[in-house]
Design a protein around this ligand. Structure first.
Ligand SMILES: [Zn+2]
Ligand SMILES: [Zn+2]
Length: 238
């Protein structure tokens, strides 16, 4: 009853189109549930991008060495997702994390159990950006997934020491130098969590994978041997 009244006073919004949800509906509307595109059964074994049937790797990953093992992503990054994630990141819709976390768990709960990580590690944002925005979107998603899977979330392990430019505005070469040395782990933090051997990095969007690779490299230097990732959304691999 209280929840019912609450829903009338503070209507929930669809995490995809931001439309007000009918009372009693949670997280997303019916129309968007049918419109959003989940990554299907044919995905790149390395990065999780959709590939043609029978293909093992996408064009980006074929022959590419990475410091991480592999990762999976939930939704195709189309205009519906682009708008959803943009509201989530830049327009204060932090409650969307519940939807993303729940969908990640529904889709990849089994995969997470098989990986059996010691922790979920969200990609950090720079502290100046954090102060301005008030939250780190990847951390909110990691916490929602952590709550459902029982895997601890360690948000203060990786630190972003450079307030990097948005990757999407840069060429591949610029992306690399933009992210070079962008992440670090303080020695006091390393000592605090000295038993990590396997982790899953959590992020919102996977485009070229350079952010995940930069985080993963930093984690490998700390002696973490197995690194995987999960993302809400990913581009097309074909
Ligand atoms: Zn909707
Ligand atoms: Zn790939």
């Amino acid at each position: 009853m209280i929840e019912f009244i609450w829903d009338i006073l503070f209507p929930r919004r669809c995490a995809l189109c931001d439309g007000v949800l009918p009372v009693g509906e949670r997280l997303r509307c019916q129309k968007c549930g049918n419109a959003v595109i989940y990554i299907g059964e044919d995905y790149c074994m390395k990065c999780g991008k959709p590939v043609r049937e029978g293909e093992e790797f996408c064009a980006d990953c074929a022959g590419r060495e990475t410091s991480y093992e592999s990762g999976r992503a939930l939704f195709l990054y189309d205009s519906l997702m682009q708008k959803s994630i943009s509201r989530f990141k830049y327009h204060g819709r932090c409650e969307y994390a519940q939807f993303y976390g729940e969908e990640l768990y529904k889709r990849f709960g089994g995969w997470v159990r098989s990986v059996s990580p010691d922790a979920l590690i969200p990609v950090p944002i720079h502290k100046k950006r954090y102060q301005k925005r008030g939250y780190n979107q990847a951390e909110l998603v990691a916490k929602e997934l952590g709550k459902r899977s029982g895997i601890p979330v360690i948000s203060d392990y990786l630190e972003r020491r450079k307030n990097t430019l948005p990757q999407k505005e840069l060429s591949e070469r610029e992306r690399f130098s933009n992210l070079y040395d962008a992440f670090c782990v303080r020695s006091v933090t390393r000592e605090l969590y000295n038993n990590l051997n396997c982790v899953i990095i959590i992020d919102d969007i996977f485009t070229t994978g350079s952010t995940i690779e930069a985080c993963s490299k930093t984690l490998r230097v700390q002696g973490i041997e197995k690194i995987f990732f999960l993302c809400i959304s990913i581009g097309q691999g074909i």
